[in-house]
Design a protein around this ligand. Structure first.
Ligand code: MG
Length: 400
């Protein structure tokens, strides 16, 4: 008869402290959307935003973190003044990203864009903070270094990419030896059915119109070239310790099956859901429990009627060929590919490069730049700089 309530409900889970790098971007705002639903379970301790300072201020007012970082140092005073809260420390720049990453937290959401996220993620792991990684360029450029850092500090690295969260759910409780292959699904992007001639004429507006997912501009262009899927292969290679031959890509235009695992006995497991990043975000924030999201539109398989699958086309989407090449080359090759791609995507968005030029720039940089075997932080940084410089040079040569 003693303590019936406690016995019925069990021990109450404690509040989980969350920090976010990239809080004003697509993943950042969707993470805060989930956090706001569970004020007893989730607490924001640090936020790093970019150039959207007004949104960052609104977020800081709502979630009251103890630390806020803004990109530009000249904005620090304004943020301090508008927050008018001595309990919130305001920092800036690359140093600020490192501080947000290292504040003691149960989970850091790594949602910056590009290789900019590498050093703060390494800082977080060094500080012993678990990291959920949406910023796939971090693993693309420096997978072995990041894993090594995690194993040294004992911090956990979790995926925060819909495909990899799906794979993690399917793999749970199974030995890796029982896995024949994993299959990453790809929507195929806006040019899935486009001819090479149409792709040569594609505008940034067309490339930014993703059929299923609402994401930031860099990842949306990467989805149109399938470079995003190529990077996800590298991401999976490190996250799940699978050789590249055991990672397949299959086009699935509806984006309902988020990925699949094929086991050695011929069984397959997959994870399904509506294409809404709040679902994998809530899974990651709630682990090992499921956080309910009752107001999200339910998956209606009958209304969908059918799901479709196609083989990807490496001729129109050379990113799929380039990923095999860089995984085979190893060392700094993936960092070069990533750097060239970041520069080429920007050039395409600014009208300086046609759509097929993005993959061509990456290919040219891989041909021109020496590939070094080492993967220390300064070697990755150096490859990143060289890759960017070589990509700028190549683009200039195309626009004499
Ligand atoms: Mg993805």
């Amino acid at each position: 008869m003693t303590e019936p309530d406690a016995a019925a409900s069990g021990p109450q889970p404690s509040t989980r402290k969350i920090s976010i790098l990239g809080c004003t971007g697509s993943i950042g705002t969707q993470t805060l959307d989930v956090v706001a639903r569970f004020p007893e379970r989730l607490e924001v301790v640090a936020l790093a935003g970019g150039r959207n300072v007004d949104l960052l201020i609104r977020q800081a007012r709502e979630f009251r973190p103890s630390l806020v970082s803004v990109a530009a140092p000249e904005e620090v005073e304004r943020v301090r003044r508008e927050l008018a809260d001595p309990a919130i420390r305001v920092v800036s720049g690359l140093e600020g990203l490192g501080e947000v990453a290292s504040v003691p937290a149960d989970l850091l959401i790594g949602a910056l864009v590009g290789s900019l996220g590498l050093e703060p993620v390494v800082s977080a792991l060094q500080a012993g903070n678990d990291v959920a990684l949406a910023n796939k360029e971090v693993l693309v450029t420096a997978g072995p270094l990041v894993l090594d850092q995690a194993s040294r500090s004992g911090a956990k690295l979790r995926p925060l990419d819909s495909e990899h969260v799906a794979i993690a759910q399917c793999l749970a409780g199974h030995p890796l030896e029982a896995v024949r292959r994993i299959w990453l699904t790809a929507s195929g992007g806006p040019f899935r059915q486009a001819s090479p001639a149409e792709m040569a004429q594609a505008t940034p507006e067309q490339a930014l119109a993703h059929p299923n997912w609402d994401m930031g501009p860099k990842i949306t262009i990467d989805s149109a070239t399938l470079m995003n899927k190529a990077f996800e292969v590298i991401e999976a290679r490190w996250l799940f310790d699978l050789s590249p031959e055991r990672i397949g890509v299959i086009v699935h235009p509806e984006s309902i099956i988020h990925s699949l695992v094929e086991f050695s006995d011929g069984s397959w497991l997959s994870q399904l859901g509506t294409p809404d990043m709040r679902i994998p975000i809530a899974y990651t924030l709630g682990l090992p429990e499921r956080l309910p999201l009752p107001d999200l539109p339910p998956l209606d398989l009958v209304a969908l009627g059918a799901l479709h699958f196609e083989a990807p086309d490496p001729k129109r989407f050379p990113a799929l060929r380039l990923v095999e090449e860089v995984l085979h080359l190893g060392g700094t090759a993936p960092a070069l590919l990533n750097a060239a791609n970041e520069v080429a995507v920007q050039a395409f968005l600014q009208g300086e490069l046609p759509f097929p030029g993005i993959a061509q720039a990456a290919e040219a940089v891989l041909e021109r730049e020496p590939i070094l075997p080492g993967l220390e932080l300064d070697e990755v940084r150096d490859a990143d700089l060289r890759g960017r410089r070589a990509a700028h040079d190549w683009i200039r040569e195309c626009n004499p």
